[in-house]
Design a protein around this ligand. Sequence first.
Ligand SMILES: Nc1ncnc(-c2cnn(Cc3cccc(F)c3)c2)c1Cl
Length: 303
Amino acid sequence: MTPALDLPGYRHLYSGKVRDLYVPLNAAGEDDPDRLLLAASDRISAYDAILDPAIPDKGEILNRLSLWWFDQLADLLPNHVLTTDVPDAVAGRAILVRRLDMVPVECVARAYLTGGGLGEYAATGAVSGLPLPAGLVDGSRLPEPIFTPSSKAPAGEHDEPITYADVVALVGPGRAAELRELTVEILRRGNAIAAERGILLADTKVEFGLDAGGALVLADEVLTPDSSRFWPADEWVPGRAQASFDKQFVRDWLTSPASGWSKSSGDAPPPLPAEVVEQTRARYVEAYERLTGARFVPLASAR
Ligand SMILES: Nc1ncnc(-c2cnn(Cc3cccc(F)c3)c2)c1Cl
């Protein structure tokens, strides 16, 4: 993986698959205790691999979408965003945020059953310890969105489902109830807006932190195609794998004979053809423009 960008005045802390975390340095070169810089890269991940090449503008599109959702949710709870005034090298695709005491729970809500949740349901009739009605299939819409938390696995490992009781043990009953209510409400509101615009949000993962006063703050990114499954509403057919709004071109090419690759090979996926890169970029632009009602104009070109 290409090493994270060197940002003068910042120290690189950590890189996830598609995002990089930095801390601002003060004049003495020490870490700022109160702020972080969250940069969304143009990297795209599929089949648990980081694909080649990056998708131009993906980081900026998803960062701008996340900022738009933070605004839509600002009446529900505060968020960690401080400013979009960031170095030119990451202009448009990074934000300075308040450093929080992060809640040690991956807060996942599901409005539709698929992926790991479907697997758990098939094996146990429940997801994260929550029994579900019988007869659900891949893509079934759930009667109400459900809270299906996971543990925060070490880097590179998969998060493990945990039960609501585990969350209570971790953060106490009051905070656990707050996390569940807020996570479910964020997905519910997301779907209320997205469904009108032809996109179904099957599930989402949000992260919360506590500020110095102990108040719960929405952190990380919110309701992006990296933190949530985006499905085209007009292609939804329960009982089969649903099309991904943003990653279907990638999946179709990688699993076609044209790629010469097989996901069971264990080999790294081959580089994506320019056509697939451009089609994928167009899907991110379309998701942004449908949801926000605004045109996506890359900041770099607008400067
Ligand atoms: N406001 C905050 N305060 C304290 N910590 C965080 C925090 C730490 N890790 N992550 C997730 C992550 C991992 C890799 C790259 C990323 F850009 C983001 C978020 C935040 Cl957002």
